[in-house]
Design a protein around this ligand. Structure first.
Ligand code: PLZ
Length: 447
């Protein structure tokens, strides 16, 4: 495995006030011109980032446990990404693949077809955002099956466009007052081991519960697709019970339903595998990807069975910027980085390092209800002591404490009570340990 070289010193440092004067001044300018509907979790402005470190405009160095919401797994300025982007922009920034195609797009499709689960014949299409990928997966599934209904799950997150808002479970802040939403979306129960009424329920039994709901509410013959995040992201880093996803995928296959895995957050080494579906040997019919794919450049994709994807008439899929050449160059550089540095292996090391500490902390701290996750997609669910009641207040306080001490941390969850860890996969062990010291202090400060 190649040794990672960092450009910025990998050290946490907070100088003076938080947020500092330059961030505060920028924030004032922002408030005068940027719509308040866009909120930021950390009140400092970014200036530079590399490895596990992000510098703000006031000279503070934060440890980054967010990676821009699971995007910069390879780092925010990975040399192979930066080099590929520079090389590409010097030649052409855009031509539109629907006008004059270029090799980068084809290369990314080759890589996706090779890396996504299953050795069947595949085809890919490139887009810009995760939401756009999910929308297009639904378009393909509907066209290919001639059916309308789409099944989504409790706690699901799929995006902020009209269709993907409809597919997303949580109202506030994503959906509230933004309707009406698209029709023919049906929501069924997820497998959420920590919050099951019957803690004994197995993955296959939870799948059966969902299948029963589908059969009753819709009828299998009307269902175009089942859409599932193999590990739910925004909903709370929910890892379904073992056997849940395979049972659903098997049933979908039997009924001619397209099984779509939304790997937008869980893909590209994040969970210690190229795709989280692999942990359970599931081969989705269509995989939606984005985020980690291109080292921070906007790119997304759907990769699916050739017969499904090629059912679409020529010209039926596309978009001006989809598979932009600069974003494609970045993706090729990012995927090479994942291979060169064995980022799947590193994600597994991160899991071992973090879970060891979190599990022992959970034994001593009664506001930790659950610790869970895979690879470098890890979470702590916070509750009121002695209960399973969500503790959103402590969750917010922990994130705020961490920020002040120089650690960027995100929260998530239907109940707003989950602290999630999404470090860049290239973060060093010592830096991560330092961040975990801060997190531990933040949690202990709440009890
Ligand atoms: N599918 C599984 O996690 C994006 C959203 C943050 P876009 N998650 C972060 C926010 O508050 O907007 C996401 C995801 C899964 C789809 C998406 C949507 O991806 O690139 O944000 O459109």
């Amino acid at each position: 495995m190649a040794e990672i070289q960092y450009r910025l010193e990998q050290k946490r440092r907070i100088v003076g006030d938080f947020p500092g004067p330059k961030s505060s001044a920028l924030n004032e300018r922002r408030q005068a011109v940027v719509a308040s509907g866009v909120a930021s979790g950390v009140p400092v402005y970014a200036a530079d980032a590399d490895g596990g470190i992000l510098h703000d405009v006031d000279g503070n160095s934060f440890i980054d446990l967010a990676a821009g919401i699971a995007v910069t797994g390879v780092g925010a300025s990975a040399p192979a990404v930066v080099g590929a982007v520079k090389e590409q922009v010097e030649h052409f920034t855009h031509s539109c693949f629907m006008v004059t195609p270029y090799e980068g797009y084809v290369r990314v499709a080759e890589l996706l077809n090779e890396l996504t689960p299953g050795d069947h014949e595949k085809r890919s299409v490139l887009f810009n955002s995760g939401a756009e990928a999910v929308e297009n997966a639904v378009k393909v599934a509907r066209l290919a099956t001639g059916r309308d209904a789409i099944v989504a799950f409790d706690h699901a997150y799929h995006g902020r466009t009209n269709l993907t808002m409809g597919l997303t479970a949580k109202s506030m802040p994503y959906k509230a007052n933004f309707g009406p939403f698209a029709p023919e979306i049906y929501r069924v129960p997820m497998s959420y081991p920590y919050r099951e009424e019957n803690p004994e329920i197995t993955g296959p039994e939870a799948a059966q519960r969902a299948i029963l709901a589908i059969e009753k509410q819709i009828g299998a013959e009307s269902v175009a697709a089942i859409l599932l995040e193999p590990i739910q992201g925004e909903g709370g880093f929910i890892v379904p019970a073992e056997g849940f996803m395979p049972a659903l995928a098997d049933w979908a296959k039997e009924k001619g339903i397209v099984f779509i895995a939304d790997e937008v957050q869980s893909g590209f080494c994040r969970t210690g595998a190229w795709f989280a579906s692999e942990h359970e040997g599931v081969v989705p019919d269509i995989v939606a990807t984005a985020k980690g794919i291109a080292g921070g450049m906007p790119l997304s994709a759907i990769t699916g069975r050739a017969e499904l994807m090629d059912a679409v008439h020529p010209g039926g899929l596309g978009g001006t910027y989809g598979g932009n050449p600069v974003a494609c160059a970045a993706a090729i550089g990012a995927i090479q980085t994942m291979k060169d540095y064995d980022l799947n292996g590193r994600a597994k090391q991160i899991e071992t390092q973090v879970m060891g500490r979190l599990r022992s902390l959970a034994r001593n701290v009664d506001i930790i209800g659950d610790v869970r996750g895979r690879g470098a997609m890890l979470a702590i669910e916070l509750v009121n002591p002695g209960t399973k009641e969500p503790n959103a207040e402590a969750t917010k306080a922990i994130a705020a404490f961490c920020q002040k001490e120089g650690v960027i941390i995100l929260t998530c969850g239907t109940y707003g009570n989950v602290v999630r860890l999404l470090p860049p996969l290239v973060i060093g062990e010592d830096l991560l340990d330092d961040a975990l010291d801060v997190l531990e202090a933040a949690i202990r400060a709440q009890v």
